[in-house]
Design a protein around this ligand. Structure first.
Ligand SMILES: Nc1ncnc2c1ncn2[C@@H]1O[C@H](COP(=O)(O)OP(=O)(O)O)[C@@H](O)[C@H]1O
Ligand SMILES: [Mg+2]
Length: 472
């Protein structure tokens, strides 16, 4: 399929980006991979530097640019272009399916190394190929670096500790035992709670989540347990509590460390008696609820200091799942980046863009204090920022991640260009801060909504359809 088209794209690429040898790998019929090569690459034959580089690109799901193969002894040893150390450039084609497609170029040292501009051009061509592949592959399929499964709450992670998390979820999903999840903010506690709910027999019931720290105590009590009519001023009619709503489902208590001692006592009773009392009622109502709780506080310490009941703590943590911070599982960064890039590209109905090697390196070096949530928001921001190309570069990254970001791109050497560039960046920054809510953004930066809409159109900014970035 599309053989002619792929050859044609390769020809165009070679006109723009001179190369000695080239290779396009695409999925053929029945899952077989077909190679279309020129310049003396024999994909089926023995060792060749192109195999190693293609493998590397497929592994990471991101571009590989080797300026000087001679500087990589393990690569150049296996037959560089014309047996002379040179330069190589390879982009994976994630839409090519499980086996993975790729586009590869190399040339000898005499022709000079591949440049950032070459990468940019190849990224555009690869975007086009991905688009064609996604159309023919059926499944709309851009998946790479993630793991099977699918569904709304897909947990990505290959880290060892994370494998244990997965095994624990598997073990507890069919039981009713309370689960206690600890981990810094943004490590995926709610995602794990939801996954437990969705993968077990309670999935037909509701998953009700309450952030104990977000609601003041007297209100939280009636929210959790419900109230009778006239139980307090303002209680005009009776109301079921959230725990009742989770009957035959799962109740997720987030930030349980913020629960007051008064409510801790009431919660303990609900757990022990498997029933609740609405405020202003004496009759208990039976509830069949699985409790999952989470906190980013050190609850052992809270217990020691007398701020958290020990008996409740032991009741809640029958099964403990600890989520490590992202900085302690760096091997998960690339799969997560690809996962979110895929997801937001799909939402924005565009091919998944590539990260330039320096941009990717900055993402991999950053400490991610906000964990997966921060990474997710960053990837999404980058996709919006780089909506005019198929390559995310360093200047698209937030200042925290790219401290050198103040340099101006070539497009803005002239005043008008610099101003437009600033304007666009300023808008994107503000939009991202306001979770892409336009009304809020306009108010924050002090312009009218109409004015903001005009600027969004002027700069061709693509605002994600589903603005569901969560705040830290
Ligand atoms: N391992 C993971 N794989 C995919 N997405 C994740 C993962 N961990 C967290 N996320 C996403 O990051 C965001 C923050 O996760 P969340 O569960 O709300 O964290 P927490 O409750 O610990 O603050 C959510 O959008 C979640 O879907
Ligand atoms: Mg949370």
């Amino acid at each position: 399929m599309n053989e002619a088209l792929f050859s044609r794209v390769l020809e165009i690429v070679m006109e723009e980006v001179p190369a000695r040898r080239s290779l396009v790998l695409v999925p053929g019929a029945a899952g077989a991979r077909r190679a279309r090569a020129s310049g003396g690459i024999d994909w089926e034959a023995g060792p060749d530097v192109c195999r190693d580089i293609v493998a590397k690109a497929l592994e990471s799901g991101q571009p590989v640019l080797v300026r000087d193969l001679g500087a990589h002894p393990d690569l150049s040893a296996r037959g560089a272009p014309d047996r002379v150390p040179g330069s190589a450039l390879c982009l994976p084609l994630p839409a090519g399916g499980a086996e993975g497609g790729a586009i590869y170029l190399d040339r000898s040292a005499a022709d000079g190394p591949f440049t950032a501009a070459d990468l940019e051009f190849l990224a555009a061509a690869a975007g086009f190929l991905n688009f064609i592949l996604a159309g023919t592959a059926g499944g709309g399929g851009s998946c790479n670096g993630g793991n099977g499964g699918g569904g709304p709450s897909q947990i990505v992670g290959r880290n060892g500790a994370f494998r244990k998390v997965r095994a624990l979820i598997e073990k507890v999903r069919n039981t009713d035992a309370p689960v206690f999840i600890s981990g810094e903010s943004g490590t995926g506690k709610e995602l794990v709670a939801r996954t437990i709910h969705e993968s077990g027999p309670r999935r037909n019931g509701q998953f009700v989540a309450v952030n104990c720290g977000a609601i003041p105590d007297p209100l939280l009590e009636s929210e959790l347990f419900g109230h009778a009519r006239g139980a307090f001023t303002g209680a005009a009619r009776e109301k079921a509590g959230l725990i009742e709503e989770a009957d035959r489902g799962t109740f997720f208590l987030d930030e349980i460390g913020d629960l007051t001692l008064n409510l801790q006592a009431k919660l303990l009773r609900a757990l022990e008696e498997r029933s609740i009392r609405r405020l202003g009622e004496t009759r208990p109502r039976a509830v069949d609820v699985r409790f999952v709780s989470a906190t980013n506080k050190d609850l052992d310490n809270e217990v020691r200091e007398g701020r958290f009941r020990e008996d409740l703590y032991y009741r809640l943590k029958i099964i403990v799942i600890e989520l490590p911070p992202l900085r302690e599982r760096r091997e998960d960064l690339v799969p997560l980046i690809n996962h979110f890039a895929d997801r937001y590209a799909r939402e924005m109905r565009r091919p998944r863009p590539y990260f330039s090697p320096p941009a990717l390196e900055m993402l991999l070096r950053y400490a991610w204090p906000g964990n997966v949530r921060e990474l997710q928001n960053e990837v999404r921001r980058c996709l919006v920022l780089a909506s005019d190309g198929n390559l995310i570069r360093e200047e698209h990254l937030s200042p925290a991640i790219n401290p050198r970001r103040e340099s101006f791109p070539e497009s803005s050497r002239r005043f008008a260009g610099a101003r437009a560039d600033f304007e666009k960046r300023f808008l994107l920054e503000a939009l991202a801060r306001c979770e892409f809510r336009r009304g809020r953004t306009a108010a924050e930066i002090g312009i009218t909504r109409q004015g903001l809409f005009k600027l969004i159109r002027k700069h061709g900014i693509e605002v994600p359809r589903k603005a569901e970035v969560e705040a830290g």
